[in-house]
Design a protein around this ligand. Structure first.
Ligand code: ADP
Ligand code: MG
Length: 315
């Protein structure tokens, strides 16, 4: 039976308020000026959903926002990229999450108010809606305490309904790195951390040790490692995927989410793993050609044009 969606994304939603051109660090009791401000769709899950949709997959989102103007910004941005937001819930108690980004050229100081994304729980999930998709992706487990404990149950149900599944754990702001691996991994097709995150989750300081200590193993483990490229472990073989070099990097915000979008776009289309990971590397590199996580993913035609021009790659 033809499914209505390729991928349903479960995850966090917030706006980023990015201040640029700030002369120095702020001080208590004083006021400084920023020369530039951008207010845009933030969050790893939303960047993933948005870029995956731009690549041509049919994408729906399950998440929670407040009942405020930031909620409109989040939903309008996702709708603008053709992501279905019919299951983005409005909380009457909490405001939409926001991250204030103080951007100092290469580095950033961020302050996040989690707001409604903390309040997303399993009771908010419509499993009949999830059943309309081929694949379930979840991102940022440590940032969403309301849903974290229910991830084993949600993923078990998704597998029972015949979906394939993926998780990108992302950073733990509390740096505790506690994740119920035992009850999540059996229901996981693809685990997609970066090298540091995997190291902290498995309490290991090398990739080899991380793979040994990750028990039980997911069906596929992907390890992203910035400009060093990425690896895929399928339980038998370790595939190494180099980067597509970009000598004019604008910034690397969201590269991991864009890599995930490329990989999953091919995965749900039933392509071979080598093609999936190569395409992930391409879309991760594409991400670095424009500002922020979604800048390089306006639409499929512009994506094709940039990848041809910058990486000599025909999509
Ligand atoms: N500077 C870069 N140049 C080209 N490709 C990059 C660069 N940074 C990241 N990528 C691609 O994006 C992927 C994910 O980036 P990474 O920084 O490892 O993820 P995360 O953002 O989750 O930490 C990398 O494996 C690589 O393929
Ligand atoms: Mg990441």
């Amino acid at each position: 039976m033809e499914k209505e969606f390729d991928v349903v994304v479960l995850g966090e939603l917030n706006v980023d308020i990015i201040l640029n051109g700030i002369e120095k660090f702020p001080e208590i009791g004083k006021e400084i000026l920023a020369n530039e401000m951008t207010v845009t769709l933030g969050s790893s899950s939303a960047i993933f959903a948005s870029n995956l949709s731009s690549l041509g997959s049919k994408v729906a989102f399950i998440g929670k926002v407040g009942n405020d103007s930031f909620a409109e910004l989040v939903k309008n941005s996702l709708n603008g990229k053709k992501v279905d937001t019919s299951h983005v819930i409005s909380s009457s108690t909490f405001k939409t999450g926001a991250t204030i980004v103080l951007n100092y050229s290469e580095d950033r100081a961020n302050v996040t108010y989690a707001g409604a994304m903390n309040d997303l729980t399993i009771d908010d999930i419509d499993f009949e809606f999830i059943a309309k998709a081929k694949h379930l992706h979840f991102s940022s487990i440590f940032m969403q305490p309301g849903i974290k404990k229910s991830i084993p149950e949600i993923f078990r149900k998704a597998k029972e309904m015949g979906l394939t599944t993926s998780i990108d754990p992302q950073w733990d702001p509390e740096e505790k790195w506690e994740m119920d691996l035992e009850n999540i991994m059996p229901y996981l097709d693809i685990f997609m951390p970066n090298k540091n995150e995997l190291g902290f989750i498995t309490k290991s300081d090398s990739i080899e040790l991380s793979i040994q200590k990750l028990k039980p193993l997911p069906r596929l483990l992907i390890i992203k490692n910035g400009s060093e490229g990425s690896l895929l472990w399928d339980g038998e073989n370790l595939i190494k995927q180099p980067i597509f070099a970009n000598n004019q990097i604008v910034d690397c915000i969201g590269a991991g989410d864009s890599f995930n979008a490329g990989f999953i776009n091919k995965f749900v289309a039933g392509k071979k793993l080598l093609e999936c990971i190569e395409f992930g590397a391409l879309t991760g590199a594409l991400n670095t050609t424009a500002a922020g996580g979604t800048g390089a993913f306006q639409n499929l035609q512009s994506i094709k044009d940039i990848t041809k021009e910058k990486f000599n790659y025909n999509i």
